[in-house]
Write a protein that binds this ligand. Structure first.
Ligand code: SF4
Length: 349
């Protein structure tokens, strides 16, 4: 396997180039690519290719596969959470969410995370490795096949990179995944239906701005001043708020896209009226949107959400300053929906 090429991480043009180099008709690349997106797990399944060609493909490439998956279904809503076992036995999680506008999947981009955010279960079990583009695609593939058993018309319409891992820390593989998932011959997900969430890797935000990819960039902010943010998110010590806010403003100038800021409200930590005023000052007067999220209590931390009254007060303060803010609904609250919780539970078993 070591010398074989991961075919599911390739664009059809790249497959074609290899085929032609090997003396195989280039047009076969399109057929192979479409088989991969129809869920073929082996070259043997590609029945419109000759037996001889299938054997040659098997000597050049491998098809990345999951070992298996466990699925949890919420009893409160249509949310489904998947814990996947990768080919090397590592675990990652994905979530399928149902909205009025269609089905959205929240995918993992790394096995674990190095970023160390205090409120996050994904980082507590440590970082193992980056995911390959094929392994990010396989999460969508598995969910699609699973749901099609009940609904043959099932289709994922939106992709969110907000599962386990910091997507911009696995930059090349994530960009390749996004271009693959956008291909019409593949899943055909429009860039405008993709959101990527980062904890604030400033250099990579500038790189992303140059990719000419009209996705939605979402920044996990979670604090209104440097002291609180550095305590909650170690990344802030490298890229403090003034740098991050400048990068965010530059990103909107370069791409014309509005940035979405995630702010998890944690009682007594970052949810005072003073915090709301500080946040309003950071957001005032430029193209952005704030999503307020009451913290999802996990076993790993003592963090708890604040009162409803406090939330209303927050929205009032932000609105008064002309900042657009919405309260994010918590879906799948009964199935360990905070990312990384299932992996952590599995590793503890
Ligand atoms: S919140 Fe995101 S960046 Fe922070 S530790 Fe969790 S997965 Fe990593």
């Amino acid at each position: 396997m070591e010398n074989l090429i991961d075919i599911k991480s390739l664009f059809p043009e790249e497959i074609k180039e290899i085929l032609v180099r090997e003396g195989i008709e280039g047009y076969r690349a399109g057929q192979i690519f479409s088989w991969l997106y129809k869920g073929a797990d082996s070259f043997e399944e590609m029945t419109n290719l000759s037996k001889e060609l299938r054997a040659r493909l098997g000597a050049l490439f491998y098809i990345e596969k999951m070992r298996g998956a466990e699925r949890l279904s919420s009893r409160l809503d249509e949310t489904k959470k998947y814990l996947f076992t990768l080919s090397d036995g590592e675990y990652v999680e994905s979530v399928l969410l149902s909205y009025k506008h269609g089905y959205s999947v929240c995918l993992s981009t790394q096995v674990g995370c190095k970023m160390g955010c205090a409120f996050c279960a994904s980082t507590k079990a440590g970082f193992s490795r980056h995911l390959k583009p094929s392994e990010i695609l396989n999460q969508m593939d598995w969910i699609t096949r699973d749901r099609k058993k009940e609904d043959p018309d099932f289709r994922i319409s939106h992709v969110v990179l907000m599962g386990i891992g910091e997507p911009l820390d696995n930059y090349e593989n994530v960009i390749r995944f996004l271009r693959l998932v956008n291909r019409k011959e593949g899943f055909g997900i429009g860039f405008r239906n993709v959101s990527l969430s980062t904890c604030g890797l400033v250099d990579r935000i500038y790189d992303l701005a140059k990719e000419d990819m009209p996705i939605t960039l979402s920044i996990s902010l979670h604090a209104s001043n440097d002291a609180t943010r550095s305590a909650l998110m170690p990344v802030n010590r490298k890229y403090p708020l003034p740098q991050l806010m400048q990068a965010a403003k530059d990103y909107t100038k370069i791409t014309g896209r509005r940035i979405s800021f995630e702010y998890t409200l944690i009682a007594g930590v970052n949810d005072s009226a003073q915090n709301a005023k500080e946040l309003a000052m950071l957001m005032k007067g430029w193209l952005n949107h704030v999503n307020l999220i009451p913290v999802n209590p996990t076993r790993e931390t003592d963090f708890r959400p604040g009162s409803k009254k406090n939330l209303q007060e927050w929205i009032r303060i932000l609105e008064k300053e002309g900042v657009r803010a919405t309260l994010r609904r918590t879906l799948g609250a009964d199935i360990s929906a905070a990312c990384g919780q299932l992996r952590r539970e599995k590793l503890a078993e």
